[in-house]
Design a protein around this ligand. Structure first.
Ligand code: PBE
Length: 575
């Protein structure tokens, strides 16, 4: 059968592109609103020293869920603070609170509507099924295009992922209100809204609250995913730990998430029927809390007004003092951190995310001629697609031109001598690599782009395979990180090995696992070790456990990259 592939993906691409442009204004507005709301929540939560919030939360949990849980709250929050995850925790709580709030504001009315109109219910149900089962990662992609990287796409994706239980349970709760009560209400001549607010909602509240509770938990479960697009908080700590294989840090941040989950879960579950209601009326407790929150908001608002030291209209303010970074474990991120130090860019923040998110953000800013700074490296297709420049780096924080090395596991030479020889002889020029990258960027499958380059460069490939014993279907596993450079180079070397009789498996991993994988022998090779400076730490950590076959490319460059239309030239201009 020869039915051509339905270009579903292309259609979605076109649709998303159209939405990005058509609703640009709306998205900017939404981004601003969400960001300001989040800033307010964070400001309120971090108004005083941590101990104040710790005490407030402890009292709240004690009130809703009895004193043993209060003690648990006290101890676990103190531990979080002690381990150094307090600020991250505040970020995470704020993100979850805001997604939870959005869920309630939008989810409950939709749920009520579903309960009242069968047609609405019929339309909404499959949409909810879709929203819940589509992997949440997928929402992140258009979210980046719509909202840029940072916390907003994370909140939106969490919201989409988390709203379903609130809608479903509200609908269920209202439908389960006993018929005779409704009939009684009707008999007494209540209007539709009286019926809803005086009969249906009060009776349905336990069910609705169960839905809200689940939504909050789902939102919390999204924090790690959201950190892939730059949402700050404990999720980002976990992600960083994964990409640097830092078991201890990962455990600490993960444990903090568990504590926060328990606390938020107990509060949202028991708020309706607090354990100590007999001691203090719920209305009073909630009023105290509300007054406290509002007062703090006003006070922090006023003090903030007075101290807008960051402000100004300088280049930094236009970019919110953000440098758009990539995967937290990347060597260039450590360099950028050092640059912030070396050049004393005190206000500036390095935004973590991924290479793909960074290029999406660059594209967006570039098309609107907005100022942007990214962590960039050459060779890279971005230099042939856009007019960009590296900011001068007089202190050489980003190092000089580097080499990319090929690294293989110990014992590969004996186990697969042919593959070893090819990997050892693999060597090309930045311009070669960039050719492949551009093809991939223009939409060609990486595999196809690699094939195309190989058939156009038979001579060069011949030098790599020269004298190499052909393989006999032996398996070779290559690991790489999803950096554009490494996607291209790994695909090329994989194709060459395949054409020489090996069965190649490519695995995309984070940078720490890439080194660890080759060092512990679970992977055979990688071709993306940037030396001497970018990956110095990783290389030093594992160098006794693998074989470094030396450079496969010379002349790379790392740095801070801006569009040419910006009139700054040096990192020093960012001060
Ligand atoms: N890079 C590309 C990597 C190495 C390859 C510059 C993003 C890094 O910073 O680790």
């Amino acid at each position: 059968m020869n039915v051509p592939k339905i270009p579903l993906g292309d259609w979605v691409d076109v649709l998303v592109q159209w939405i990005t442009v058509a609703f640009a204004g709306f998205f900017t507005l939404l981004t601003t609103v969400i960001e300001s709301l989040l800033n307010i929540i964070v400001a309120v939560l971090s108004a005083g020293p941590p101990i104040i919030l710790i005490i407030v939360l402890t009292l709240l949990v004690t009130y809703t869920s009895r004193w043993p849980l209060g003690i648990f709250t006290l101890l676990s929050l103190l531990l979080i603070d002690n381990l150094g995850y307090w600020d991250s925790s505040i970020q995470t709580i704020a993100i979850v609170l805001l997604s939870g709030l959005l869920t309630i504001i939008i989810g409950i009315p939709v749920g009520i509507w579903c309960a009242q109109r069968q047609t609405v219910h019929r339309i909404v149900t499959p949409i909810l099924d879709f929203m819940q089962t589509m992997p949440a990662f997928v929402y992140l992609i258009p979210s980046i295009l719509f909202f840029g990287i940072g916390v907003v796409p994370g909140i939106i994706a969490s919201f989409i992922f988390a709203i379903a239980p609130t809608i479903r349970m509200t609908n269920l709760g209202i439908k389960e209100v006993p018929r005779d009560l409704i009939e009684a209400a009707d008999a007494f001549g209540s209007s539709a809204s009286q019926k809803l607010f005086k009969v249906q909602l009060p009776i349905a509240t336990p069910t609705i609250m169960a839905g809200v509770n689940q939504s909050i938990m789902l939102a919390l479960s999204m924090v790690v995913t959201a950190s892939l697009v730059g949402a700050p908080g404990l999720g980002a700590d976990v992600y960083r730990a994964v990409s640097q294989i830092d078991v201890g840090k990962g455990f600490e941040a993960g444990l903090s998430i568990v504590f926060i989950a328990v606390i938020l879960d107990r509060i949202s579950q028991n708020l309706r029927k607090p354990a100590y209601e007999h001691v203090m009326k719920k209305k009073i407790a909630i009023s105290i809390l509300a007054v406290l929150v509002i007062l703090t908001a006003i006070v922090t608002g006023v003090t903030k007004q007075n101290a807008t030291e960051k402000g100004g209209n300088g280049i930094g303010a236009q970019m919110d003092y953000k440098i758009i970074g990539i995967e937290p474990g990347a060597g260039i991120m450590a360099q950028a951190d050092r640059a912030i130090n070396d050049y004393q860019l005190d206000h500036w923040q390095l935004q973590e995310g991924s290479s793909a998110a960074m290029t999406a953000e660059l594209k967006k800013a570039y098309n609107q001629k907005k100022p942007i700074i990214v962590t960039g490296w050459a060779p890279h297709w971005m230099f042939s697609t856009y007019d960009l420049k590296f900011l001068k780096d007089p202190k050489k924080t980003f190092g000089e031109a580097e080499d990319i090395h090929t690294i293989v596991r110990k014992g590969l030479e004996q186990d697969a001598p042919g593959a070893y020889t090819i990997l050892d002889q693999f060597s090309w020029k930045p311009a070669n690599l960039e050719k492949v990258m551009v093809d991939i960027k223009d939409g060609m499958e990486p595999e196809k782009a690699a094939e195309k380059w190989i058939s156009a460069n038979k001579d060069k490939v011949g030098q790599w395979t020269n004298g190499a014993k052909a393989g006999n279907g032996e398996a070779i596993s290559l690991v790489y990180v999803a950096w554009d450079t490494e996607i291209a180079s790994t695909n090329v070397i994989a194709k060459v090995l395949e054409q020489h009789g090996f069965k190649v498996k490519m695995s995309q991993v984070e940078v720490g696992p890439m080194y660890a994988g080759v060092a512990n022998g679970s992977a055979d090779a990688m071709v993306g070790s940037w030396l001497p400076s970018t990956h110095r730490e990783y290389h030093n950590q594992y160098k006794n456990d693998f074989v470094d076959l030396g450079s496969n490319l010379h002349g790379t460059k790392n740095g801070l990259v801006v569009p040419k239309y910006m009139d700054i030239d040096s990192i020093e201009d960012l001060k």
